[in-house]
Design a protein around this ligand. Sequence first.
Ligand code: C2E
Ligand code: CA
Ligand code: CA
Length: 408
Amino acid sequence: MTDSVTAKILILDDDCFMLRLLDEQLSGLGYINISCYSNGDEAITSMQEAEGMPDIILLDINMPCMDGIEFVRHLTARNYQGSLILISGEDEIMRRATEKLAIAHKQRVQGHLQKPILVADLADLMTKCLASHPQDALRKKPKFYSVDELQCAIVQDQLLNYYQPKVSVLTGECIGVETLVRWNHPTDGLIFPDQFIPIAETHQLIDSLTHSVMRMALQQTKQWHDDGLNLRVAINISMDNLTDLSFADYVIAETNAIGLPHHAVVLEVTESRLMQDVNIPLDVLTRLRLKRFILSIDDFGTGHSSLAQLRDYPFEELKIDRNFTHNAHNDLRLKAIFEASLELANLLQMQVVAEGVEDLDDWQFLRKTNCPIAQGYFIARPMPAEQIPRWLLEWQQRVQHEQICIKK
Ligand code: C2E
Ligand code: CA
Ligand code: CA
């Protein structure tokens, strides 16, 4: 019996027979720390009392008093950080909608189980929960960093860039890399951008953060070019960077100083909130496009990254958000959204990159739909710059041996 079976599990289902059955199934799989509740209020109370927060919750969606959706709201309010498995007798569309809602509430949904539940499916999902949260990670509360800490990190060069390849689906050729910043925290280890970009955006640190990321990315790309690797580099730009007219001059000067051609630099723009004044971003982006930088609309189809932005700004590349790519091959709605985005980009003569290509099924779907460029875990996870040359060799071998592309 491994340590992982001591994970604290909470089951909430109004059907007592179901509760007993799940309890028995989990016990049979070796889990020993299980609490069962038939009522949402009691489950919430238990979390506030001695029992504390569970590591994994199995949650029935449809319950007569507090339903599953309401319960998820309580979890979010209590900053629940563990895994969630949804259980339901509802149809596929309802289960997916509930899953999306729970994800939107920042819950770690590991999947859903349809009643009657098969032990094998339950075992798979439980393993997934444990794999995605090693025990110590499950217990580690997400830390909130202060503006001062982030400012020091920028000044003291604690930010570092990871790079994730973008490849041609037709030939497998690596077209470029996307720069993804990480914070190498002296005591907490590697911190992901979702934990500090919003702080930078709301406390006027985004310009110095972007400058630091951009300088490192341009220098690294120049080095690759000098070594014969002609990669394009994509850099994420926050809309808050575009509220100052001088941003275009900054990018032009920095790229010229390092000696890279402008068309080797892609600027990926996401609009996470509505802009008050659209004229300044428009001015900055139009000037950058005139200077032959490549402008990319990121996370297309989510938030404010949508049709109005396509209408207003001179984008040349469209990145289909990963939420529409992964699993699109077996979900009618995702497939429709993916194909419509692709068609729209084609009509507008824009380049298209599909993000979130996680497995062979996603990759084959891109081939079938003629989506030209792919990015995602199936191809490579983001990695430090020094790992790129070795990855390139391994990828070329994969392309040949696994015959995943049409042409060499
Ligand atoms: P993004 O621009 O959409 O970047 C892609 C994110 O998806 C990255 O997360 C990447 O690791 C992850 N990803 C890549 N392939 C897959 C896949 O196949 N499946 C899944 N599920 N995820 C995949 P990361 O590195 O945590 O970055 C999160 C976000 O933080 C980025 O989303 C971007 O919006 C922002 N960000 C990162 N670096 C910077 C930066 O230098 N400046 C600004 N303003 N934002 C940044
Ligand atoms: Ca991006
Ligand atoms: Ca994106």
